[in-house]
Every structure is written in structure tokens, then in C-alpha cells.
Write a protein that binds this ligand. Structure first.
Ligand code: SF4
Ligand code: SF4
Length: 334
């Protein structure tokens, strides 16, 4: 189903969803940056720029409590956090490079162990994607098989029109249902042309060639050349829509406390530290190699998907200027 919506009505849609008790998350000004944050009204929606952090937090929060414990006269009482309490959510105006990562993450979170916290959020979230009309030097979605108008992962998809409104395509049943429930805010026919989409500058990469090279170059001078300067800060993993490693830590004392699931990063020095003290990835190049191997070989071998949507966040944020697109280009040229 295809409809159009004006920008004022898009903001009104957010007001309506909030008044229905839904959690609405979308790009919002936060100090000097834009972040995906809960919106309390449509006026807060900031459509101007790519949010600094990815939208994965809608499904996979930076830190979440999964159980609490307390000692009382009877003994120790353990209370599980109920994933069913997760609210119905609408993620609004999420960029294609963010949205495309969500179905990629479904594979790992529903593989040998079903992560009910992640999966319940996915079930309860309707995603309204937004096409990109502008790319910067770090964007390379087209090089990894996506595009600024890619609807992968979206339930409803907005494409900006020359009159300031949006063409709105329902991609899934969830999207159809949202359209039908708020039909008064949408109109039938497009009255204007779509705005031209963004054009990232990096050309296509041969991702299968890259996978094959990785298959045979676990040991290679490239890893030392690229990653000797990596500071192991983890910014690349924390900002990435597809990175998903986490740690589980008990916090508290003998009387009470909580078990929390928190993001982790393979760039951190102690990420693979064993209880014995042995660390199989004891130097930074081996950690950066794992980052590339995981994204472009291991996950492909296991799930036939890549853990990179070309959003460019790691490129913009890396304090020592490591550029994953340049690394991929170099491997591609070998
Ligand atoms: S690896 Fe970098 S460019 Fe690729 S999705 Fe993650 S943050 Fe974006
Ligand atoms: S952002 Fe750069 S310095 Fe920090 S861990 Fe990633 S590659 Fe290393």
C-alpha cells in the first residue's frame, strides 16, 4: 500500500502514538548532536541529520537488568525481569543503514539461545524507515549491497518528496496496520516528485572476494599495519548498528543486587581474557582482525549475512582515523 504524509501530519502521528501509550523513539536533538531518543511529542523529531548513535538501542539497550536478588529472612529471593513488560514501540525516521541491521541481528539473538529481551522488543516494535537524501564522506551503504532508499527491515518506509512531504510505503503487515489505524493522517496520491537519494562515493565492493581473502589470511601483515595504532576504545563497536557483543555482570552486595546485560566490544583488551589469565587476543592487531573477520567472514559463514551496513559511524568516530571502508577497499584490491 502506498500513501503520502505531510511533515506536520508525521509529527501529529507521533503525538497520537504517544497519547495511545506507545513508546516512540526517533531522532532528537541532544546537546550538540542528534540521537535516537524517546519522543514525548512530534515537535521533538529532528529529521536533519544522521543520529550519532545507531538505532540498535531500541532493541538492545546499552545496559539492562535481567534479574534482581534480595536476601530476606526466608533466604535469597531471585526475581526475573519479565520481557513481556516491554512496551509497544514505534521507531520513527530510522535511516536505512540502521534499520537494515535489525533483521541481521535477529539471526544471532534467535540462534542457539533465544534472547527474549531482544526478541520481545523486535516483536513489539514497528519501524518507520526514512530514505536518505544526503550522504557524507563516511557513508558507504551502497558498497555493502544496501542503498539510501533500502527498505530492508522497515515496516513502513518514508521517502522525502519535493514538496516537503513523504511518500509512505507499507512494507509489512505491521506497517499496513499502522497505516490503517491512522488513515486520517495519510492521503492517497503523491502530489510531488521524490527527492533524489543520497549518493555515497565509495563504489561497490566485491564482498565474496573479501570473504575469500579473509578465509586464507588469518595471519597477514595487514593486521599489524592497520591496527597497531588502534586505541582499543570500543567507540566503533558501541556506535555500530550491527555490533552486538555483551557481557553479563552481577552488581550489588550480599544483601541485594542485580544481574545486568551490558554492551561489550572486541576491541577492549580484556574482551577475551580467560579466568586463568590467558588472553588469546593479547595484542590490538588480533582484536581488530577479529572485528573484520566477524563482520565479513564468520557471520557470513554462519548466517549468510554481514555485520556492516556501511553507516560510516565507526569511520567518523575513530580517534586514530582507522577507516573500515579503506580497509575493505585494500582487501578488495588484493
Ligand atoms: S562497521 Fe562501521 S560502517 Fe559498518 S555498520 Fe558498523 S559502524 Fe557502520
Ligand atoms: S574506534 Fe578506532 S581506536 Fe577505537 S577501538 Fe575502534 S578502531 Fe580502535
Amino acid at each position: 500500500m502506498q500513501k503520502t504524509i505531510t511533515e506536520p501530519n508525521l509529527r501529529l502521528l507521533i503525538d497520537t502514538l504517544v497519547s495511545e501509550g506507545k513508546r516512540v523513539i526517533g531522532p532528537k536533538a541532544a546537546g550538540t548532536m542528534t540521537l535516537y531518543e524517546p519522543l514525548s511529542q512530534g515537535e521533538e523529531l529532528n529529521l536533519g541529520e544522521l543520529p550519532r548513535r545507531s538505532a540498535k538501542e531500541a532493541f538492545f539497550p546499552l545496559c539492562e537488568t535481567i534479574l534482581t536478588y534480595e536476601r530476606d529472612k526466608e533466604g535469597v529471593r531471585v526475581t526475573d525481569v519479565d520481557p513481556q513488560a516491554i512496551p509497544e514501540t514505534v521507531l520513527v525516521a530510522a535511516r536505512p543503514c540502521d534499520v537494515a541491521a535489525a533483521p541481521v541481528l535477529d539471526s544471532v539473538f534467535s540462534w542457539d539461545f533465544k534472547d527474549e529481551f531482544f526478541l520481545e522488543r523486535r516483536r513489539k516494535t514497528t519501524i518507520i524507515g526514512l530514505a536518505c537524501a544526503r550522504a557524507d564522506d563516511a557513508c558507504f551503504c551502497t558498497a555493502v549491497g544496501l542503498s539510501p532508499g533500502d527498505t530492508k527491515g522497515s515496516d513502513l518506509f518514508l521517502a522525502p518528496l519535493t514538496d516537503g512531504g513523504y511518500r509512505c510505503d507499507a512494507i509489512t503487515e505491521k506497517g499496513e496496520a499502522l497505516l490503517a489505524a491512522h488513515a486520517d493522517l495519510f492521503s492517497d496520491a503523491a502530489t510531488a516528485e521524490p527527492l533524489p537519494l543520497a549518493e555515497p562515493t565509495l563504489g561497490k565492493l566485491d564482498l565474496e572476494k573479501i570473504r575469500q581473502w579473509l578465509d586464507t589470511h588469518f595471519e597477514d601483515p595487514l593486521w599489524e599495519e592497520i591496527a597497531a595504532r588502534c586505541a582499543g576504545c570500543g567507540a566503533c563497536a558501541f556506535l555500530c548498528p550491527a555490533c552486538h557483543c555483551f557481557d553479563i555482570v552481577d552488581e550489588g552486595g550480599e544483601e541485594k543486587g542485580a544481574r545486568r546485560k551490558s554492551w561489550d566490544a572486541c576491541g577492549f583488551g580484556k574482551f577475551t581474557n580467560h579466568a586463568s589469565g590467558h588472553n588469546p587476543r593479547d595484542v590490538q592487531p588480533s582484536r581488530y582482525r577479529n572485528r573484520i573477520m566477524h563482520k565479513f567472514k564468520y557471520y557470513v559463514d554462519k548466517f549468510d549475512q554481514r555485520l556492516c551496513t556501511g553507516c560510516g559511524r565507526c569511520v567518523r568516530a575513530c580517534p586514530v582515523g582507522i577507516d573500515i571502508a579503506t580497509v575493505l577497499e585494500e582487501i578488495n584490491s588484493k
